[in-house]
Design a protein around this ligand. Structure first.
Ligand code: ZN
Length: 55
Protein backbone atom coordinates (compact mmCIF):
# COMPACT_ATOMS: atom_id res chain seq x y z
CA UNK A 1 0.00 0.00 0.00
CA UNK A 2 1.00 3.64 -0.14
CA UNK A 3 1.23 5.59 3.08
CA UNK A 4 1.49 9.18 4.20
CA UNK A 5 1.66 11.18 7.40
CA UNK A 6 -1.65 12.59 8.63
CA UNK A 7 -0.29 14.34 11.73
CA UNK A 8 -0.17 13.94 15.49
CA UNK A 9 -3.25 12.93 17.44
CA UNK A 10 -4.22 14.23 20.89
CA UNK A 11 -1.77 11.75 22.50
CA UNK A 12 1.04 13.19 20.35
CA UNK A 13 1.30 9.91 18.44
CA UNK A 14 1.95 10.08 14.72
CA UNK A 15 -0.99 8.92 12.61
CA UNK A 16 -0.54 7.51 9.12
CA UNK A 17 -2.98 6.89 6.30
CA UNK A 18 -2.55 3.82 4.08
CA UNK A 19 -4.27 3.64 0.73
CA UNK A 20 -4.47 1.72 -2.52
CA UNK A 21 -6.95 0.63 -5.14
CA UNK A 22 -8.32 -2.81 -4.31
CA UNK A 23 -6.93 -5.28 -6.84
CA UNK A 24 -10.19 -7.26 -6.79
CA UNK A 25 -12.89 -4.60 -7.16
CA UNK A 26 -10.94 -1.47 -8.19
CA UNK A 27 -12.46 0.55 -5.38
CA UNK A 28 -10.29 2.53 -2.98
CA UNK A 29 -9.11 0.97 0.28
CA UNK A 30 -8.12 3.51 2.92
CA UNK A 31 -6.84 2.75 6.40
CA UNK A 32 -5.50 4.63 9.38
CA UNK A 33 -2.92 3.46 11.88
CA UNK A 34 -0.70 4.56 14.73
CA UNK A 35 2.46 2.44 14.56
CA UNK A 36 3.21 0.52 17.76
CA UNK A 37 6.94 0.46 17.18
CA UNK A 38 8.77 3.74 17.41
CA UNK A 39 9.88 3.71 13.83
CA UNK A 40 11.02 6.89 12.18
CA UNK A 41 8.60 6.18 9.35
CA UNK A 42 6.52 2.97 9.14
CA UNK A 43 6.90 0.58 6.21
CA UNK A 44 4.15 0.94 3.65
CA UNK A 45 3.94 -2.87 3.65
CA UNK A 46 3.45 -3.15 7.43
CA UNK A 47 -0.35 -3.10 7.65
CA UNK A 48 -0.54 -4.66 11.14
CA UNK A 49 -3.13 -2.80 13.21
CA UNK A 50 -4.56 -0.97 10.23
CA UNK A 51 -8.20 0.14 10.60
CA UNK A 52 -9.64 -0.20 7.12
CA UNK A 53 -12.41 1.69 5.38
CA UNK A 54 -13.50 -0.42 2.44
CA UNK A 55 -16.90 -0.81 0.82
ZN1 ZN B 1 -12.28 -4.73 -3.03
Amino acid sequence: MNNATVGQNKNKEWVFVYYQICPKCNEPIIGIKVPKKREWYPSRFDTEGLVLLHK
